[in-house]
Design a protein around this ligand. Structure first.
Ligand SMILES: Cc1cc2nc3c(=O)[nH]c(=O)nc-3n(C[C@H](O)[C@H](O)[C@H](O)COP(=O)(O)OP(=O)(O)OC[C@H]3O[C@@H](n4cnc5c(N)ncnc54)[C@H](O)[C@@H]3O)c2cc1C
Length: 255
C-alpha cells in the first residue's frame, strides 16, 4: 500500500527519514514493521512563528518498495545528420530549446554572442574591478544567459503554460540537487549553476549538435517571406529554421 500524507513537522523530523517514519507510526498509526520507506514529494518551510515548522507532502511505502528513480531521465539520442535548427542565444530559453530539439530528432546549432560560462566569469570580475564592461560578455550576455551568475532561484510564472516538472528533472539530470523537485522555492545555487549549464552544453555536443561562442547573429537571411537562416559577425552563415532565444537585453536584435 502506498499512502500520501500532508504533515507539519519540526525541521529535525523533516530532515531524517528514521524520525519521519517514527512520526508516521506514532501520528498516523502505521505499522513500524511494514513501513519500508518514505519519499518527500513537496516541502515548504513555515518560519512565521518562533517555532519553525516544515510542511511536507510525504509518501509512505507500506509493504512496498519505491521503484521510482530519483528523477525522470530524458533520453537524448544522437541527431547527427538530422535536419538542423538554428538557436540564437544560450540562455535558459536557448539551452532548453536545443535540448528539446534533440528530443524531437532535430540537430540544434546554437550561436551565442558571449563567452562560455567559465570564461564569462573573468569579464564579470573585470566589471567589479575596473568598471569596464565588455558589450558582448557581461551580466546579460554569455552562456547561461542573464541569470547565470545570480543564485539560481527557479522562478516562473508559466506554471499553466508548460511542464515545469520536466524542466526541474532536466536540471537534475544535468547535476542539480534533487531537492529542487520537492522544495516549494527551488534553488540551484550560484556555485552549482555553471556546472549544470556546462553539462547541458555537453549533452548538446555529445548528441551531435553544435555550440558556437562569441558568435553574434547580425541578420536573418530572408527569402520572400521565409526565414532561411542567419548571418553572424564571424562571417559564417547558418541555414535552417531559426529560434530567437535572445532574451530581453538584446536590444540590437529587436531594433
Ligand atoms: C542579475 C539577474 C539575476 C536573475 N536571477 C534570477 C533568478 O534567481 N531566478 C530566475 O528565475 N530568474 C532570474 N533572472 C531572470 C532570468 O535570468 C531570465 O528570466 C532568463 O535569463 C531569461 O532567459 P532567456 O533565455 O529568455 O534570455 P537570456 O537569459 O537573456 O539569454 C539570451 C541569450 O542570448 C544571447 N544573445 C542575445 N543576442 C544575441 C545575438 N544577436 N546573437 C547571439 N546570441 C545572442 C545573449 O548573450 C544571452 O546569453 C535574473 C536576471 C538577472 C539579470
Amino acid at each position: 500500500m502506498i499512502q500520501e500524507y500532508n504533515i507539519r513537522v519540526l525541521p529535525e523530523v523533516a530532515a531524517n527519514e528514521q524520525q519521519l517514519k517514527a512520526y508516521l507510526v506514532h501520528e498516523k498509526g502505521l505499522d513500524e514493521k511494514t513501513l519500508n520507506a518514505t519519499r518527500i514529494l513537496k516541502r515548504s518551510i513555515d518560519a512565521r512563528q518562533r517555532t519553525v515548522f516544515v510542511n511536507l507532502t510525504v509518501r509512505a511505502y507500506v509493504n512496498e518498495v519505491p521503484k521510482d528513480d530519483e528523477y525522470q531521465h530524458t533520453v537524448y539520442n544522437n541527431v547527427e545528420g538530422r535536419p538542423q535548427v538554428i538557436v540564437v542565444g544560450a540562455g535558459p530559453g536557448g539551452l532548453f530549446a536545443a535540448l528539446r530539439l534533440i528530443e524531437l530528432g532535430l540537430r540544434p546549432i546554437v550561436v551565442e554572442r558571449g563567452k562560455d560560462v567559465r570564461e564569462r566569469k573573468k569579464d564579470l570580475a573585470q566589471i567589479s574591478r575596473t568598471q569596464a564592461v565588455d558589450p558582448e560578455s557581461n551580466y546579460s550576455f554569455g552562456e547561461g544567459g542573464a541569470g547565470a551568475y545570480s543564485d539560481g532561484k527557479l522562478y516562473t510564472r508559466s506554471k499553466k503554460r508548460g511542464n515545469v516538472d520536466k524542466i526541474l528533472n532536466v536540471f537534475c539530470q544535468h547535476g542539480a540537487s534533487t531537492s529542487i523537485l520537492v522544495d516549494a522555492h527551488p534553488h540551484i545555487g550560484t556555485d552549482k549553476l555553471p556546472r549544470v549549464i556546462e553539462n547541458m552544453r555537453n549533452t548538446i555536443l555529445q548528441c551531435g549538435g553544435e555550440v558556437h561562442f562569441q558568435t553574434r547573429m547580425d541578420a536573418l537571411l530572408i527569402e520572400g517571406d521565409e526565414v532561411k537562416g542567419i548571418e553572424t559577425n564571424t562571417g559564417q552563415t547558418f541555414l535552417g529554421p531559426v529560434i530567437l532565444a535572445t532574451g530581453h537585453s538584446a536590444r540590437d536584435v529587436y531594433r
